[in-house]
Design a protein around this ligand. Structure first.
Ligand SMILES: [Cu+2]
Length: 408
């Protein structure tokens, strides 16, 4: 339903309230039409858990400004973004940060393997690959792990493409330049899509020097470089059955931090994800498994004196392994019932090699975390229902509705 709101009414009201000569002299301006939807044609309900989604279109409009996916969310409700390194903004939800915020990349929970908690997991995917970001700024539901008290950020890349007939080959290439930091970026996407099988390769690269402040002075330790590549192979043996495997690699050869006496000198992350889904009875069964390893190293870049004399090295290895089964059953009149079982294992080693002659970093290696583990195994059930309430008053521009999803 489209409703035109003419400003003549508003102008009359204004004239009655403020009968100043200058206001009387102004000619009325026609406001643009307002789109309103009734409940029958309303868009699908919000993502599970009462969150909201940020679409590709919104992401695209801001992408030239940053290669950091989280910066794209800096204006969203319930979420604040703390400026940090060039591609490592830190998410804060309702005043809670760090490991209280769960981050999923294509359904895969990812652990922050920076011992200083300076490099968030959101930097493990380049903004060019992001299709949608779902933000759930509340206690996370059990289907999303259930143990992140701040909320969950779920970053999704594009689903596999299939053709309606025959083989289709298509792709996209992009490049960007930002004068403020001499920032260069390039991205590539190539697809081969058939009716049953499809493949997609994506790669991106970004590099930026220290940026300049408004008065032309260099802001030190703001440089960075990153790359990201991913291969997605998918099969659709029937209309409602989908399998895919994704192999991806992400790297940050260096990243400066203007706000810390520490920089990132290497982060390499490899991951493999398996996903299958299809109908089972009246519901839908999804099976997922994933593995990710992270090699992470911090030390001083040249702005802080470099690492030729040892600097302050910190070397971290991390590994995530997970498997998850979810059964989603819509029950008429009762909402969505979800049942699941999962296991998640995170392991971490963190060493600070000795620096001879350094008072702080010698004489021995410092083992900060030795075979650290964080495991979770369990079965869960979740019920989600949305109650729509129409307001008693005749609405001006269409129905108003209140979403009264109960918290879980
Ligand atoms: Cu780190």
């Amino acid at each position: 339903m489209k409703t035109n709101l003419l400003c003549s009414t508003a102008a009359t009201l204004l004239a009655a309230t403020f009968p100043a000569p200058s206001a009387m002299a102004q000619s009325p301006t026609e406001l643009p039409p307002i789109d309103a939807q009734d409940t029958e044609t309303a868009p699908p309900a919000s993502p599970p858990g009462g969150g909201y989604a940020v679409s590709r279109r919104e992401i695209e409009s801001q992408r030239t400004g940053s290669a950091d996916p989280l910066r794209l969310l800096s204006r969203e409700p319930g979420l604040a973004v703390q400026s940090n390194g060039g591609i490592a903004s830190l998410p804060v939800m309702r005043g809670l940060a760090d490991d209280r915020v769960g981050v999923f990349i294509d359904g895969q929970q990812a652990t922050n393997y920076c011992p200083n908690h300076m490099n968030p997991v959101t930097s493990y995917i380049d903004a060019s690959r992001v299709e949608r970001i779902v933000v759930t700024p509340t206690l996370s539901p059990v289907s999303l792990g259930g143990d992140n008290i701040a909320g969950v950020i779920s970053i999704e890349s594009r689903a596999p493409d299939f053709s309606d007939g025959g083989i289709e080959v298509f792709g996209e290439a992009g490049a960007s330049y930002r004068s403020v930091s001499n920032g260069r970026g390039a991205s590539l996407e190539a697809n081969v899509a058939g009716e049953t099988y499809s493949a997609r390769y994506e790669a991106s690269w970004n590099k930026a020097d220290n940026y300049e402040a408004g008065d032309g002075r260099e802001v030190r330790s703001t440089l960075y470089e990153n790359y990201d590549q991913s291969l997605l192979l998918a099969a659709r043996p029937a209309d409602d059955v989908l399998f895919w495997v994704r192999i991806s690699q992400q790297g940050v050869p260096y990243e400066g931090f203007a706000n810390q006496r520490m920089d990132l000198v290497d982060n390499t992350s490899n991951s493999v994800q398996l996903h299958g889904e299809g109908p089972l009875g009246a519901g839908r069964l999804t099976a997922e498994a994933s593995w990710r390893d992270v090699d992470h190293e911090m030390n001083f870049l040249s702005d802080k004196g470099g690492a030729a004399n040892g600097g302050m090295p910190m070397v971290t290895d991390g590994e995530d392994i997970s498997a998850k089964l979810t059964y989603d059953l819509p029950v008429k009149g009762l909402g969505d019932l979800r049942l699941g079982a999962e296991t998640f294992r995170a392991s971490m080693d963190d060493d600070w090699p000795a620096v001879p002659g350094s008072m702080m970093m010698s004489p021995l290696d410092y083992v900060n975390i030795n075979d650290g583990e964080r495991n979770r195994t369990g079965a869960w059930a979740e019920w989600e229902v949305s109650v729509f309430v129409k307001s008693g008053l005749e609405p001006s521009f269409g129905y108003r509705e209140a979403d009264c999803s109960p918290g879980r």
